[in-house]
Write a protein that binds this ligand. Structure first.
Ligand code: HEC
Ligand code: HEC
Ligand code: HEC
Ligand code: HEC
Ligand code: HEC
Length: 237
């Protein structure tokens, strides 16, 4: 009787999980199907290598889940089946966007972020070809995510002190000043270095009572040491 009850309980639990998992899978498949059935995706996923990678990365991304399809960033005609028509300049196809073209592509939906980044130290360094990161460098080209700070930054910056306190999309002259002040402060602390080990470090907030106690302890220690030396010397004689 007991065994049957336990079996029934376990069985129904397993069923609930199985149905739940299956339901989730089919609903996400439906989501993929809704915007995944366009010529860009259908053709590119068959191409392999670098040309198919965007489809794999985009599937399940925040953009795919919000119905943002290939053509919204690249232009072109997602209803046309042939390559020439789908990727024709007449239909606004821009290829892989770099430089200002990338900012323009993202700006259609993220105008505030693009305007901010364009004016920032790194945004300018990117547009002027001086090694600043593109949007895709930090967020990924097709599986757009919020990057890990400062791990990602280390690919270009040796010293990432204070990077957890800056907005990477809005690095300005003020940010640079704030960081250099922080580094100078840390530099001074480092230069001071650890105190020599023989002289005990006396904390500045010691009160007279504690200092007395330490002095008393020291005196007893010296006394005991002296006593032992006295004993040893006496034995020698
Ligand atoms: C019938 C197949 C086919 C269709 C449909 C198709 N592509 Fe392509 N696509 C290709 C092939 C093949 C290449 C590589 C050769 C080339 O660049 O001409 C390519 C290249 C690209 C590139 C890279 C170009 C570059 O400058 O590096 C992008 C971006 C791109 N496709 C986006 C799209 C988008 C967006 C759509 C839908 C509007 C689309 N494709 C539809 C086959 C296709
Ligand atoms: C959110 C905007 C966005 C969407 C949506 C998007 N792309 Fe891209 N794609 C880019 C950017 C930006 C680049 C340039 C990558 C870089 O600079 O590293 C790129 C590059 C490419 C390239 C060139 C090869 C490469 O990986 O650099 C191909 C091919 C491509 N995309 C195809 C597609 C296809 C197919 C889709 C739809 C499944 C798609 N893209 C959806 C923004 C997008
Ligand atoms: C056609 C509109 C559209 C375009 C073009 C577009 N995005 Fe988005 N993006 C969205 C929507 C919608 C979301 C999800 C809702 C939100 O967070 O605002 C989103 C979210 C994001 C996020 C947040 C991811 C997260 O995990 O919170 C990033 C980062 C992002 N986009 C980067 C880009 C970049 C980089 C480009 C250009 C290469 C781009 N987007 C182009 C519509 C767009
Ligand atoms: C140096 C790395 C870096 C670059 C380059 C960069 N971003 Fe970001 N972005 C971040 C980080 C980190 C965050 C999250 C912290 C924050 O909200 O400020 C973020 C946040 C965002 C968000 C908001 C997500 C949300 O939900 O609030 C969007 C959209 C976005 N970026 C788009 C872009 C676009 C478009 C570009 C190019 C014009 C770009 N980013 C360039 C690092 C970067
Ligand atoms: C692709 C390389 C690249 C990546 C990745 C990158 N940066 Fe930068 N960063 C630069 C360049 C180039 C400059 C401009 C240097 C100049 O003009 O003096 C710069 C300047 C800065 C500055 C201005 C002061 C300084 O320390 O040089 C800060 C702050 C900064 N980046 C923060 C970040 C943060 C935070 C991240 C990660 C989220 C990041 N960067 C990722 C290339 C990069």
């Amino acid at each position: 009787m007991r065994k049957k009850l336990v079996f029934a309980a376990v069985f129904s639990l397993v069923m609930v999980f199985a149905v739940g998992a299956f339901g989730q899978k089919s609903s996400s498949a439906q989501k993929g199907g809704a915007n995944g059935n366009i010529s860009c995706v259908n053709c590119h996923k068959t191409l392999g290598g670098e040309l198919a990678k965007p489809v794999a990365e985009w599937t399940g991304s925040v953009h795919q889940q919000n119905g943002i399809t290939c053509d919204m960033c690249h232009g072109g005609d997602p209803a046309a089946a042939t390559m020439d028509k789908a990727m024709s300049k007449d239909h606004g196809f821009i290829g892989a966007p770099h430089g200002q073209a990338q900012f323009d592509a993202c700006s259609k939906c993220h105008p505030t972020e693009v305007a901010m980044y364009s004016k920032s130290v790194m945004g300018k360094a990117y547009l002027e070809g001086k090694g600043g990161p593109s949007c895709a460098k930090c967020h990924g080209p097709h599986h757009n995510v919020i990057p890990q700070v400062p791990q990602l930054c280390k690919s270009c910056h040796k010293d990432t002190t204070g990077f957890d306190q800056v907005d990477p999309m809005n690095v300005t002259d003020a940010t640079v000043q704030m960081l250099s002040k922080m580094k100078i402060k840390l530099g001074i602390q480092k230069a001071a270095g650890p105190r020599p080990g023989i002289i005990p470090k006396v904390s500045q907030d010691l009160d007279p009572y504690k200092i007395g106690l330490i002095a008393f302890g020291g005196a007893i220690f010296v006394f005991i040491l002296g006593y032992f030396i006295y004993l040893i010397l006496e034995k020698r004689d």
